[in-house]
Structure formats: C-alpha cells, structure tokens
Design a protein around this ligand. Sequence first.
Ligand SMILES: [Zn+2]
Length: 264
Amino acid sequence: MSLFKTIQRVVVRQRLRQSKIPLRLWHRTIANMPMVQRYTAQERLQLRLLAGEVLRLKQIVPVQGMVLTDEIRVTLATQAAMVVFGLESVNQFSALDWLRNWNHIIVYPTPFRNGRENLLSPNGLVMSQSAFQSGETSHQGGIIIDWQDDAPHPLRAHANQVFMHEMAHKLDMLDGNTNGHPPLHATMKESDWFSAFEVAFETLQLQINYGQSPAINPYAATNAAEFFAVSTEYFFESPEHLKRVFPDVYRQLCLFYKQDFAKN
Ligand SMILES: [Zn+2]
C-alpha cells in the first residue's frame, strides 16, 4: 500500500472515531432506512462518516412538542448525507460544501401552518386561509420539515421525501436563483439539463390537463423548481420509476448527484 493510501486510511479512521454516531446507534437507525440498503458496506462506512459530519455542523431544532431522539437526529443526518454522497470533490467542493447555504433544520412533529395568510390563487383571488405543509425553505433560512411526513417508510413507487425535497431547493439556490437549475458540474451540458426537464415538465402538465394519471407527484408541475425537488425525491426513493417515466431527467440527476440506483 502506498504511503498516501496509508495516511488516507489513518485520517478516515481518526475522523470515524470523532464522528458522533456510535456504531450501535448507526445500525439501529439504518435498519429502518431502506434507501441506505442500496449502498455497499464500504459506501455505508463513508455515509456514516458524512452523516456524523452533518450532525457536527448542522443544528437540529425541535419545535411544537417535537421529541428529538438520537435515532431521529441520525436519520436526518443520513438523509442529508445521501443527497450529497456523490458530490465529494466535485468542482473542488467537498460533499459538505454543498450544504453551505443552510445551518439548521427545524423539525415539527406534524404538518405546520405556513404562516402565509394571504396567498394569490391561480385566478388572481386572494385566499385568506393559511395552508398546512410538510416542508419549507427560503434563501436566507434553514430547512423546516415535519417529522410525521419525513420519517422513514417502506419504499414506494410514488416517492415522499420531505427533507430531501427541501435540500434539493437549497442546492437549486446555490447559484442565486430558485429555478430548478442547481450549479451543474463542468462535465454536464446545460442544454441537456434544460431539454430533459422542460420536456418532462410539459409532459406532466399535459397529463394533468387531460385528466391522465400523472407520472410523478403532480405538485412537480407547480414550476421548474418544484419539478427538480420532486424528481429528487423520486431519484432517491423510487429511481426505477423515475427512470421509466422520465429517463432523460433520471440521467441528468445521475450526472448531477453522481449516484445511480436504478437496477435496469
Ligand atoms: Zn418544494
């Protein structure tokens, strides 16, 4: 083994020791996270390390009676780690650099009021009722989620990953705009990204307008930013489904997240 590799291994071992996730807690937590089972044993070791770093750097704030257990903290950190797992050393950024525009996660026990009392409806009327929602984020703020919707569940064809959805918005915001276009890697083509997402977005809108069953959660048809966030949920929870219904979007997300889970 080269000296460089030996040093690398020592550094990894040291960081693992400092990681705040004890081995038993880690195993107990990931036993309930089917998405983690897609990673090899070696990758899970890196995932644990990354999740420990997330816990060290980000604050998890329980509100409205939310009881935060160690398992919940590790689950959230692991969800974050999965999103940026492939992004180590991309564009000279470490995986953690991709999380640089948020510092805390606020966790509600159940869906929360969004606080926007006056919303414009599509036909221009002001709706005075505030809505309940599962996740929210903004350019300046952290990420807000409700645990009831984010807790791990058996994998479904129609994905539901609240925290990953909000993380996708944060990645999208890294270049200053929330438009469904995160900063792409130098190896990716802007035109391929836009054409894949535009065609899929229009297809979904047509399916909804013509009363057909939508290929993915119709909330994705809200705008390009929501399409990217919702397709990110599918990419991690239901990659085979996303690859089947929108193969070009799946391909672009593989290139962006640098991960590929679909078996065929
Ligand atoms: Zn959203």
